[in-house]
Design a protein around this ligand. Structure first.
Ligand SMILES: Cc1cc2nc3c(=O)[nH]c(=O)nc-3n(C[C@H](O)[C@H](O)[C@H](O)COP(=O)(O)OP(=O)(O)OC[C@H]3O[C@@H](n4cnc5c(N)ncnc54)[C@H](O)[C@@H]3O)c2cc1C
Length: 308
């Protein structure tokens, strides 16, 4: 990156820009090369200034959350990675309406774990299903993250978003389309929409009951999911009416490896980094799984994990 552009980015960014920043520590896979720069953004104004600079200078960029649904290429990313800092990770009680309904505004950078702990402390129910999902609120919205029959779409009342063309915009529930592991409104006339915060529709509940649900979900996760090896959760989406894990297991692929990447022997839809896996290893394994499952069943598995 040119010296002049580096200087401009350093002026626009509130926090210190991290140049040639390895992205592996920013992903749950622990895989990936370096980004030209990584900036932790603290406000919408800062974000808008940066987006404008990226367009003016034809710079590639991407906003990521906790990188728990992300596979970063070994060659890294030629461009700027944005992550949301504390200024865009706040939680605030907005409104206590009738019948125990409570609206909470959550910054997209907030981790689901912190949000859930806060809800538990406040005795607010509705998000128990995210117990053990390790992402940020923004990532969970974009992925329409879900488990145990619940998903983010069930609790979102509105979203504050930013895009290059429309600037800051609030989208009401009626304007939002969600489907399985997908927020359909991510693109806006060719510009990416960024989630800044979400207003969540929760309800007052009993602390003991909320805690018991969270514990039960966590225990079930511990039994069903691999421990100790880095991964990005379910690698493939479940095809309609079936489960990707069941299909992969039925194809005899549990424990199958490509370099350092392995189909988890515990849960076949988890591709794990068994030590020194590269993104290339994971992609080779992904292709192998896809081909074998397609050959055995005629079903082509679609990835849930996003590629960078
Ligand atoms: C052990 C484990 C268990 C998991 N279990 C589940 C589960 O049960 N259910 C489930 O649904 N998922 C699960 N996941 C996957 C993952 O945790 C979720 O998809 C999570 O919501 C991703 O959030 P993130 O912040 O890590 O997003 P990232 O992985 O950082 O990003 C995901 C995508 O969203 C985009 N993005 C992130 N933030 C924003 C934003 N603010 N605005 C616009 N775009 C944005 C990124 O560019 C990327 O394309 C699991 C993952 C792991 C590692």
């Amino acid at each position: 990156m040119e010296k002049q552009l580096k200087k401009r980015l350093s002026t626009l960014a509130v926090n210190q820009v991290q140049w040639d920043c390895s992205l592996a520590p920013y992903t749950s896979f622990g895989i990936g090369g370096a980004a030209s720069a990584l900036i932790t953004v603290e406000s919408v104004a800062e974000l808008e200034g940066l987006l404008k600079c990226f367009v003016e200078n034809n710079l590639e960029w991407r906003l990521i959350g906790r990188g728990t649904n992300l596979l970063v290429a070994d060659s890294g990313f030629t461009g700027v990675i944005l992550i949301l800092g504390k200024g865009l990770s706040q939680i605030a009680l907005l409104e206590e309406a009738e019948f125990g309904r409570v609206v909470v505004r959550v910054g997209a950078g907030c981790s689901l774990a912190r949000l859930l702990a806060w809800c538990l402390d406040q005795g607010l129910s509705g998000l128990e299903f995210v117990s053990g999902i390790p992402g940020s609120l923004g990532g969970a919205v974009v992925m329409n993250a879900g488990a145990w029959g619940g998903e983010m779409a069930d609790v979102i009342a509105s979203l504050a978003t930013v895009s290059l063309f429309t600037g800051e915009k609030i989208l009401g529930r009626e304007e939002l389309d969600f489907s399985y592991r997908l927020w359909e409104n991510l693109e806006n006339d060719g510009a990416k929409r960024l989630v800044i915060s979400a207003d969540l529709d929760l309800r007052q509940g009993m602390k003991e009951e909320i805690a018991a649900s969270c514990r039960s979900y966590l225990q079930q996760r511990l039994q069903k999911q691999p421990k100790g090896l880095k991964n990005a959760g379910s690698f493939f989406k479940n095809p309609p009416g079936d489960s990707a894990g069941r299909l992969i297991e039925a194809s005899g692929l549990k424990g199958k490896s490509c370099g350092g990447a392995m189909v988890s022997p515990v849960h076949a839809n988890f591709l794990v980094n068994s030590g020194q896996a590269t993104a290339k290893d994971v992609l080779s394994l992904m292709e192998l799984v896809r081909e074998k499952v397609a050959k055995d069943t005629g079903i082509t598995l679609e990835t849930e994990v996003h590629l960078l």
